[in-house]
Design a protein. Structure first.
Length: 442
């Protein structure tokens, strides 16, 4: 079924649509070269709807030069869902991608061959599947894993994943495209392939260097660096610092139809809930920049006039209770105050505001801004049926993947990317806030 390089793989493991010129078509398979990461996308999702699909499109189009997307693992649409809704569309896209790029599609991480270049896994499947897929990626000799939000369904599961990564010496970076954080970087290690560069430890100023020969660790202090991935966050924070006593509100919008059918489908597909899904980016900002932690929260107050919570049936018929929109203000014990608003039906653009001590808005910065709107229009014309939020955050998605891939391949610092430690703290906050806010809205 494959050229010689893949003769050892079972036919059930991978599927490739091959024209006659087999060797030419498969040249992209295992095509990562020196200076590139061999990327495995785990959990692609449906074309035009799945976040994994859009990650794939960006890499296949060459927009992340350090990332060579050599494998796409999609258990559902290549398995039980092949004949169901979205299955035929996925097959058409997969066949086209194989024909154009030689991309290898498979159903199981466990069927991957040995890596030829440093391997980076991008896990973008269902949150409930992440703990299992994460362990499979470690076993498949991925030296770096990029986890999409929120990482895992619960804090306990994400903490276990963090522990597994530390034990295996695997670097874990989070796909929080709106956040930067303090990132510990090891400047000694330039090794690749099976030698990890870092074990990330949250709330620590130490980096642990793993010796690939002896498997021992040494602890070294390095300066911490910060860089914002998302422009509107950086601009807002910079302006707020010029206004004494100012208050920042981060506003996140999606463009779902405001109907029971649309929201019910959204609630079921994102069953972990809004705070662990859509608003997790904003919570990561609060953890990173506003001293927000479960232990440091003094009070949280929902804006009942803005907020809404519904119980709706999903496509399966099962009912789900979640916020369709929520706004709340957190005050910390260290004297900081910040607000978050999220609306599933609020439109395509997100923004942040700064108000002065009188409550008057003195600054607002949009995502996308005027500079980025031309790119959004171009992408909308190219992918007219895709989820609109793909385009408003398009440059940030590229940045996250390029930084992570370059880090995997060369050891260059992935400045600005959140670690799994930040993710654990963020998920703790989400789990703490959800029942409190639901109770306030009853």
């Amino acid at each position: 079924m494959f050229a010689t390089a893949f003769s050892h793989l079972s036919k059930s493991a991978f599927t490739v649509a091959r024209p006659a010129a087999t060797n030419k078509v498969l040249t992209r398979a295992l095509a990562a070269t020196a200076g590139q990461a061999e990327v495995v996308l785990v959990g692609c999702g449906a074309p035009n709807r799945g976040m994994g699909w859009y990650h794939a499109v960006q890499m296949l189009e060459g927009r992340c030069p350090s990332a060579s997307l050599d494998y796409i693992i999609e258990p559902w649409f290549l398995g039980g869902g092949a004949e169901g809704p979205g299955g035929p569309e996925f097959k058409e896209w997969a066949d086209d991608s194989t024909s154009k790029y030689g991309t290898v599609f498979g159903t199981s991480v466990g069927d991957l061959p040995e890596p030829k270049q440093p391997r980076c896994a991008l896990i973008s499947g269902r949150t409930a599947d992440n703990p299992r897929l994460f362990k499979e990626c470690i076993d498949a000799k991925c030296s770096t894993v990029i986890l999409e939000k929120p990482g895992a369904p619960t804090v306990a599961e994400l903490q276990l994943m963090k522990d597994q990564a530390e034990e295996a010496g695997v670097g874990v970076l989070m796909g929080y495209n709106k956040v930067s954080n303090l990132v510990e970087m090891c400047h000694e290690c330039a090794c690749a392939l099976f030698c990890p560069l870092l074990i990330y430890i949250y709330i620590s100023i130490n980096s642990f260097h793993v010796n690939p020969t002896t498997h021992t660790t040494t602890t070294t202090y390095y300066p911490l660096t910060t860089q914002n991935v998302c422009k509107y966050v950086r601009k807002t924070r910079e302006f707020a610092e010029t206004i004494p006593g100012s208050h920042v509100t981060f506003v996140s919008n999606n463009a779902y139809e405001n109907t029971p059918e649309s929201l019910g489908e959204c609630f079921e597909r994102n069953a972990e809930g809004m705070l662990k899904n859509m608003a997790i980016h904003e919570l990561a900002l609060l953890v990173s920049f506003y001293d927000v932690s479960v232990e440091n929260i003094e009070s949280v107050e929902a804006d009942k006039e803005f907020s809404s919570m519904q119980t709706l049936p999903g496509p399966s018929g099962k009912e789900f209770t979640d916020f369709d929109k929520i706004k709340f203000t957190i005050k910390t014990k260290t004297g900081k105050e910040v607000s978050v608003a999220a609306d599933r039906c609020g439109g395509t653009d997100s923004y942040a505001t700064v108000t002065d001590t009188d409550g008057e808005e003195v600054f607002r910065y949009w995502m996308p801004d005027d500079e980025d709107k031309a790119t959004v229009q171009t992408l909308q014309a190219k992918y007219p049926t895709a989820m609109p939020y793909f385009f408003t955050q398009d440059p940030d998605y590229v940045t996250v993947k390029e930084l992570a891939a370059k880090f995997t391949a060369t050891g260059e610092e992935a400045e600005g990317l959140a670690t799994i430690g930040i993710a654990v703290e963020t998920l703790r906050v989400a789990e703490y806030l959800t029942p409190l806010l639901m109770e306030q809205l009853k």
